[in-house]
Design a protein around this ligand. Structure first.
Ligand SMILES: Nc1ncnc2c1ncn2[C@@H]1O[C@H](COP(=O)(O)OP(=O)(O)OP(=O)(O)O)[C@@H](O)[C@H]1O
Ligand SMILES: [Mg+2]
Length: 349
């Protein structure tokens, strides 16, 4: 177990800044997910932790000691790459024992350790199997066992499940979470999948363009996004600018959304607001044309719910409701939106 401290980390490739002033404290035994869109710097940060990449500036400490000057092979870090990087000519057992071999553990001593790891990842009896004869999910487990074989102080995974089908991915997510909890190893897991991050992480760190936008539990980043980027990145959201004045109705482009509730009653001036699609209501504009009126742009069924997209001027709203009936609205229909202000979130400016 290791406690990791990243301070003012910068990484430049020529003039390009892949990481800009990254600050992050990782608690011993914590399971962190680095989440963000393609190119935001997730792999770069992971490679810095592994020692595969130098820092341009800043400090990296593990358990209070400078980690940045320790070469990669002496860091005792277990890493699972997106591409797995298993050796196809070695057996499952030899693959898992590889890191131990490098560290000078004899063949005789390796065997029981590898057998124990095979059991840990649910691959008992596969010591002599050929890696190429395994399924994608089994290979993934071999890569995890190999990374854990060196008893790492830090366990790093870079989108390890992205090539697997949804069912297997979910299964392995749960297994990795349980395994990590049991071993208590400090873990950094990279993903660009919000649901994956929310289901396995103790804490999600959202990166965008080389900057940490927010870090927090799944509930914190989902329900209380601190930036517009996070509000838009964590699940579907309606984001718009509204005008507030204490004691008065909230206005969107001059149209009233009703009286604000709770803390929102204290705001004044223009603020960015986010509201989840389930907290919008839609009604037909046939009888009632007061309020936010728009045109239905798209309708789709999502299993137990219906999603409706509506254009109001240059703003698009997304509405969902749980329903087992046929959609009430069709493309081209006029509809009026109301916003459940109690569930609206004002993004701190
Ligand atoms: N060796 C390098 N030389 C130059 N630029 C690089 C190098 N490695 C990464 N970059 C750039 O740094 C940025 C961050 O890359 P990184 O691989 O960390 O992104 P990522 O968040 O892991 O993306 P993805 O989800 O696509 O894997 C990208 O713009 C990338 O092109
Ligand atoms: Mg990457």
């Amino acid at each position: 177990m290791a406690q990791v401290s990243l301070q003012n980390i910068e990484k430049r490739y020529g003039v390009f800044e892949a990481l800009k002033d990254v600050n992050l404290e990782i608690k011993s035994g914590e399971f962190i997910c680095l989440l963000g869109p393609s190119g935001c710097g997730k792999t770069t940060l992971l490679r810095i932790l592994a020692g595969l990449e130098d820092l341009s500036a800043g400090s990296l400490q593990v358990d209070g000691e400078d980690f940045s000057t320790i070469p990669c092979h002496k860091r005792n870090v277990g890493m699972v790459f997106q591409s797995l990087a298993l050796f196809p000519h070695l057996s499952v057992g030899e693959n898992i024992g590889y890191g131990m071999d490098i560290r000078g553990i004899s063949k005789i001593d390796r065997r029981p350790k590898v057998e124990a790891l095979l059991q840990t990842v649910g691959l008992e009896g596969h010591f002599d199997s050929s890696v190429s004869a395994l399924s994608g999910g089994q290979r993934q487990r071999v890569a995890i066992a190999r990374a854990l074989g060196i008893e790492p102080i830090l366990f790093l995974m870079d989108e390890p499940f992205s090539a697997l089908d949804a069912t297997l991915r979910e299964h392995l997510q749960i297994e990795v979470k349980k395994l990590q909890h049991r071993l208590g190893v400090t873990t950094v897991f990279v993903t660009h999948d919000q649901n994956e991050a929310m289901s396995i992480a103790d804490r999600i760190v959202i990166l965008n363009d080389g900057v940490i936008e927010q870090s927090g539990t799944a509930t914190e980043v989902y329900a209380r996004p601190q930036t517009e980027f996070v509000a838009g990145f964590m699940g579907t959201n309606n984001i718009f600018k509204a005008d507030f004045e204490p004691g008065k109705e909230v206005m969107l482009n001059g149209i009233s959304l009703g009286l604000p509730t709770g803390d929102k009653a204290k705001f004044s001036g223009q603020h960015t607001v986010s509201v989840r699609p389930e907290y919008l209501q839609l009604r037909s504009a046939d009888a009632d044309t007061s309020g936010l009126i728009g045109t239905v742009n798209f309708v789709r069924l999502l299993g137990s719910s219906i999603e409706t997209e509506l254009n109001v001027g240059d703003q698009t709203f997304i509405h969902t409701m749980v329903s087992d009936r046929a959609p009430e609205f069709a493309v081209g229909d006029k509809a009026v939106i109301s916003v459940d202000l109690e569930h609206a979130w004002v993004i701190p400016s």
